[in-house]
Design a protein around this ligand. Structure first.
Ligand code: NAG
Ligand code: NAG
Ligand code: NAG
Ligand code: NAG
Ligand code: NAG
Ligand code: NAG
Ligand code: NAG
Ligand code: NAG
Ligand code: NAG
Ligand code: NAG
Ligand code: NAG
Ligand code: NAG
Length: 436
């Protein structure tokens, strides 16, 4: 069901766009009939919202209405028509299932899309088939995503580094707004905004520039604000350093105290051993303020390096690594390789090894006779006369202690294989070693 079509020359055409509040007031003030107008409620909306095209000052004596997309009243742009008597809407090609017409002529759009943006025309059909047309407009804007703030320097140094904060989310036709400590930006020579306000540059940060910062993006239909962003401004404190009551403690003997300088207020002190956070134990004790670390009965495994970190709300500073020189006696030496049978004419190469700090000094004896004072022993082209008792002696210059290891070497003459592949003709010569 629809109205008969109306010849164009019979139309009364008070076409007009969306009236602004000011002109509306002017019209209201007219003593005679108020003008038919359409108001978008709200005037600007974000996609997904509901918007009402509200009709004001509908004349009496109407037969019905029709709504069109656009201003031209083309039938393929017709959305819905409505007969007042029967209260019955009829839907047309431009209807999208999201429009609802009310008895008073107003048209509700649900879940608007960006595509709904544009002009809409209402035809009010009088009982005498005169037609009054009026146009309104929907302005739909994208729903803005939540922006976030990025910094081009996550740990700027106070009084040194400039920092650029960027409001991430580059969308067209969006305005950017910055807040520091929930306050809008104050003019300052140290703050620079880009032309579009998307980036905020802090020239030479100070500890007072930590924020938090927020950025808000806005279009006429929606606004979205970032999470607060805090800038970690490093202020240079003197670097802490580690001292000790004993730089060269002896293993299993001396307790060692490591102390950190300087003492600063409102600071957290943390120790690191081998780059790992120190774990307090029966042997590793911290003073109440963490500044002194006591190591009871140090061992060679307590060498370190030790590091010390001070943390306060403006900075994190770490000391240079500190290494403890733990002295210990030589362990029992070992001689390698373990092989003790050698063939005449080959080379004899032995190495002696003993852990020690300071490093062990080595000497070799054969059958009680001093041979050499090197860690390695090398005798080329050995003969049966090189058999004997080889002794490696270790000596630690600091503790004066020695260790020893004995290895019996037997040199064989060449062997011959008989026809049954049995070794024959092998002859061992053992020079009985003189005891030490
Ligand atoms: C028309 O009816 C709708 C739905 O009841 C209402 O929201 C709107 O305000 C009405 N328009 C006027 C101008 O009263
Ligand atoms: C709104 O429209 C979008 C597509 O434009 C759809 O995905 C969504 O489900 C709709 N929401 C509602 C509440 O109908
Ligand atoms: C938007 O409208 C145009 C033409 O009116 C149409 O071709 C297009 O498919 C529409 N887009 C969506 C997402 O509805
Ligand atoms: C960060 O941006 C500022 C301003 O453009 C620049 O001066 C500074 O060098 C940048 N810092 C880094 C680490 O890139
Ligand atoms: C920041 O926003 C951008 C664009 O919206 C996004 O790609 C990025 O993953 C976001 N980063 C974080 C840390 O949320
Ligand atoms: C941005 O605004 C301009 C001018 O108002 C308009 O032509 C353009 O389509 C808009 N862009 C978007 C993505 O809304
Ligand atoms: C940038 O922000 C200032 C206020 O901080 C405002 O006056 C100005 O209009 C904004 N410029 C743009 C392009 O949004
Ligand atoms: C240490 O913290 C207390 C309490 O927060 C504060 O009153 C005092 O000023 C701080 N001292 C320094 C040197 O920052
Ligand atoms: C002492 O160190 C521990 C971790 O080893 C840390 O949890 C604690 O906060 C520190 N105390 C002080 C006063 O720095
Ligand atoms: C040192 O550490 C090694 C390996 O963890 C261990 O075998 C050795 O017994 C430790 N030495 C001392 C003296 O604690
Ligand atoms: C090894 O010593 C023997 C004598 O015992 C000698 O005849 C031979 O030439 C020596 N070989 C080498 C390579 O020096
Ligand atoms: C080395 O040989 C001598 C003499 O035969 C013997 O007394 C001693 O126990 C041997 N030592 C080893 C470690 O085999």
């Amino acid at each position: 069901m629809d109205f008969p079509s109306v010849p164009a020359h019979r139309r009364l055409v008070p076409r007009q766009g969306l009236l602004l509040a000011a002109s509306l007031l002017t019209l209201w003030s007219l003593p005679t009939t108020a003008q038919l107008t359409i108001e978008s409620v709200p005037p600007n909306a974000a996609e997904g919202k509901d918007v009402l095209l509200r009709v004001h000052n509908l004349p009496g004596n109407l037969k019905g209405y029709a709504w069109y997309k656009g201003e031209k009243g083309e039938s393929n742009h017709k959305i819905v028509s409505y007969l007042i008597d029967t209260q019955k809407p009829t839907y047309w090609p431009a209807y999208s299932d999201r429009e609802t017409i009310y008895h008073n002529g107003s048209l509700l759009f649900q879940n608007v899309t960006l595509n709904d943006t544009g002009k809409y025309m209402l035809q009010a059909v009088h009982k005498d088939f005169k037609i009054t047309e009026v146009t309104g407009q929907l302005c739909i804007y994208p729903m803005l995503p939540k922006p976030n703030i990025t910094s081009n320097n996550s740990n700027p140094e106070e009084h040194k580094d400039p920092v650029m904060l960027t409001c991430e989310s580059q969308t067209e036709n969006t305005t950017y707004l910055w807040l520091i400590n929930s306050q809008s930006l104050q003019d300052s020579a140290r703050l620079q905004l880009s032309k579009d306000n998307r980036t905020l540059t802090l020239l030479l940060v100070t500890r007072n520039d930590m924020g938090p910062y927020e950025c808000e993006i806005q279009n006429p239909g929606s606004a979205s604000r970032s999470d607060p962003f805090t800038l970690n401004v490093l202020s240079v404190l003197p670097k802490p350093s580690i001292t000790s009551n004993n730089f060269n403690p002896e293993e299993h003997k001396d307790p060692v105290m490591l102390m950190c300088e300087p003492q600063t207020e409102n600071t957290t002190y943390l120790w690191f051993i081998n780059s790992q956070r120190l774990l307090v134990s029966a042997r590793l004790q911290l003073s109440k303020d963490n500044r002194t670390l006591t190591i009871l009965l140090v061992t060679r495994n307590d060498t370190g390096p030790y590091e010390y970190e001070t943390q306060n709300f403006v900075s994190v500073v770490r000391s240079d690594p500190f290494i403890l020189n733990v002295l210990y006696d030589p362990d029992a030496p070992t001689i390698s390789p373990s092989n003790s049978h050698y063939l005449h004419g080959t080379n004899l190469s032995l190495s002696c090894q003993a852990a020690s700090n300071p490093p062990a000094q080595y000497s070799w004896l054969i059958n009680g006779r001093p041979l050499t004072t090197t860690q390695e022993l090398f005798i080329p082209n050995i003969t049966l006369h090189n058999s004997g008792s080889y002794i490696c002696l270790t000596h630690n210059s600091d503790t004066g202690l020695t260790g020893a290891m004995v290895k019996n070497i037997t040199v064989y003459s060449k062997c011959f294989l008989d026809h049954q592949h049995q070794a024959v003709g092998c002859r061992a010569v053992w020079f009985s070693g003189q005891s030490l």
